[in-house]
Design a binder for this molecule. Sequence first.
Ligand code: MG
Ligand code: MG
Length: 272
Amino acid sequence: MIELKSAEEIGRMAVTGQFVGELLAELSGLAAVGVNLLDLEQHARHRIKERGAQSCYWDYAPSFGRGPFRNVLCLSVNDAVLHGLPHDYVLRDGDLLSIDMAVSVDGWAADSALSVIVGTPDPADLKLIEATEVALEAAIAAAQPGGRLGDVSAAIGEVAHSYGYRVNGEFGGHGIGRTMHEAPHVANNGRSRRGLKLEPGLTIAIEPWFCGSTDKIRFDDDGWTIRSADGSRTAHSEHTVAITDSGPRVLTRRPADGATSADPSGRSAAAS
Ligand code: MG
Ligand code: MG
């Protein structure tokens, strides 16, 4: 069942989204050569507790995971793209780090992710990150009332293909609201003018992620961390978006977005 949210409920999700955006911006600024992933996890735990928010990840136990998740961040490095477990790893020069987090505040969830380069960027990695960011913005622009969910999926697929990347069909975006994962599934590829009608009040997490040279994935033995099957690098960008009468409203914009959304290399320079 898909629950359409009232304007007031979307406003409450936006409060959560603002916190998620601020914390992700903070974490991307902290990610630097020599920083341990566990330090980023600890920082996020502290900030979430201080805010009175609840992590949507803590105790999350989907069918594919091994045991309940006991972290507040997914930190995926290089060929890891989704559900990376924060572990004892010190970031190295040139690492590509994806940070994904979802929390709820007063019962309303928001979910967002970004990828950054730590230290010296490889142009191929910048291109990969840029593709996910451009795909995300194209998908947001396609999330218009009266349109179809396929418009969103097709927008992502078109950008991926224009950059020369293939799209994995197993993991994509999702409805979000009172919980992190709600109907509908938001595929990262599809056909425009097909699928669910986009009505005002629909709230979805849109999350393009691509691998450098494959659309196949493999799981680590931990049952969580998803990597590109061929070891190529990966990137992931995500926002929580509400369909409103006047168009898409991004609920998880980050403070630095205005300065860097069109220039991914600017952000990586700022983080290094
Ligand atoms: Mg997420
Ligand atoms: Mg998500």
